[in-house]
Design a binder for this molecule. Structure first.
Ligand code: SAJ
Length: 400
């Protein structure tokens, strides 16, 4: 298992707890040390027990360099270089590291989200360096689709798409996953499997962009967008998603660029959806600025602000690529010595933002800005002289 992050470590633990010997590899020696001690370095429910058990039983070991195996899983990050170009250098480096270890009939699988054609590119790189292995390896691509916070369950029960470079590779990969996946295993070819992952997340991004576009139109038309979507979704075949303060996380906001970078002429809606979702965060920050201005003109004093939520989606503590964090930063940049309460109920503290609890912030603020629809916010009692900017649909549930 090359890569012991959000996906690699849970997958390694799951496989090891099916009594398959797993050797995990990570470039970070601290991570290797933590795992060999049976501990974890990421937040994911029930992952700690899974890793502790796998290490204690001797089925999971970690090191910074790979060892010989018969199945190699590449589960390393595929981040973005500037101007939205996908970066597969970690996949290449991981593959290069195991090329000397490969032998006839070994199985090589990429799980990392990758641009179309990456699996075949790695195959060519392997065969170029080890010509005697040409057509004697089994090579496949198998994307993950687990939801952070529910990984240990979804790794077992989600269906999976298995794309081999040839039929036998697909079959070998299916037989491998069958040992620990209870979801259905769907055979296809490598390119279709690569595109499937990108399609799943791009389709969600487009659907969210549609909801965000509705929110901009309704703001101008003075229509409650939450009521509008609730009513439209009463139609038996309509299922509009929820507007938010933008799209965060390192998947939905990133994966569509893998398609746009390779097919810029064809991917019009996919590219536009990214623009709309990015613009929504900017639009929210501007709405807050004008609300502050309006308040000052009306009352002659600066507004006290409460910014409710920093995480990239409801009920989690993850701030990576969070639109709410971006909006909070823009508001703070602009607010000099104003009083601004920041609330993130899923964090105890933050190195940049001084956090306050929800009720104190809501009690003292003049303007309350809901950025993330955390459960905690739905119970808040807010008196009606407060100005509430609700970018995430909390207000409809709030008792006013
Ligand atoms: N969001 C909205 N409105 C919605 C739904 C989501 O604004 O109606 C926002 C969220 O607030 C968040 C972002 O979109 O900022 C992404 O949220 P998400 O619910 O899509 O969650 P992720 O990114 O953690 O997980 C997605 C999932 N993909 C799909 O649902 C197609 C997950 O299954 C993938 O495994 C994951 O991306 C991934 O790792 O690719």
């Amino acid at each position: 298992m090359i890569g012991l992050g959000y996906i690699g470590l849970p997958t390694a633990a799951l496989i090891a707890n099916n009594n398959i010997q797993v050797h995990g590899v990570d470039i970070n020696p601290q991570i290797v040390e933590i795992i060999n001690a049976g501990k974890i370095h990421i937040v994911e429910p029930s992952l700690d027990q899974a890793v502790a058990l796998a290490v204690a039983k001797g089925f999971l070991k970690a090191s910074t360099n790979p060892v010989e195996a018969n199945t190699y899983l590449i589960v390393v990050p595929t981040p973005f270089k500037a101007k939205n170009e996908p970066d597969i250098s970690f996949v290449e480096a991981a593959t290069k590291a195991i090329i000397p270890l490969l032998k006839i009939n070994d199985l090589y699988i990429i799980e990392s989200t990758s641009p179309i054609g990456t699996t075949e590119k790695m195959m060519r790189m392997i065969y170029k360096s080890r010509p005697e292995l040409t057509d004697k390896l089994h090579i496949a691509y198998c994307p993950e689709r687990v939801l952070p916070g529910n990984v240990m369950h979804e790794l077992v029960y989600n269906d999976r798409v298995i794309g081999g470079i040839d039929e036998i590779s697909t079959l070998k990969a299916i037989n491998f996953y069958k040992q620990f996946v209870k979801g259905e295993l769907h055979p296809t070819n490598a390119k279709t499997a690569e595109m499937c992952k990108l399609t799943e997340n791009s389709s969600r991004d487009v659907q969210i962009a549609f909801a965000n576009e509705l929110s901009l139109i309704c703001d101008k038309a003075d229509i409650n967008v939450w009521d509008l979507i609730r009513l439209a979704n009463k139609h038996p075949r309509v299922d509009i998603l929820q507007p938010g303060c933008g799209v965060g996380g390192h998947c939905i906001a990133v994966d569509p660029y893998f398609i746009v970078a390779d097919y810029p002429m064809e991917s019009q809606i996919i590219a536009k959806a990214r623009e709309i979702n990015n613009y929504k965060s900017f639009w929210c920050a501007e709405k807050v600025k004008s609300a502050k201005l309006e308040f000052q003109l009306k009352t002659g004093r600066k507004a006290i602000l409460a910014i409710m939520g920093l995480a990239f989606k409801p009920n989690i503590d993850d701030l990576r690529e969070s639109p709410a964090k971006y909006i909070a930063q823009r508001i703070l940049q602009d607010s000099h010595d104003d009083i601004c309460y920041i609330v993130e109920p899923n964090l105890k503290e933050h190195k940049i933002f001084k956090l306050t609890n929800s009720s104190e912030a809501v009690l003292n603020a003049d303007i309350i800005v809901f950025l993330v629809a955390h459960e905690e916010f739905k119970k808040l009692q807010i008196s009606d002289e407060k100005i509430v900017l609700d970018f995430c649909g909390v207000k409809n549930i709030l008792k006013f």
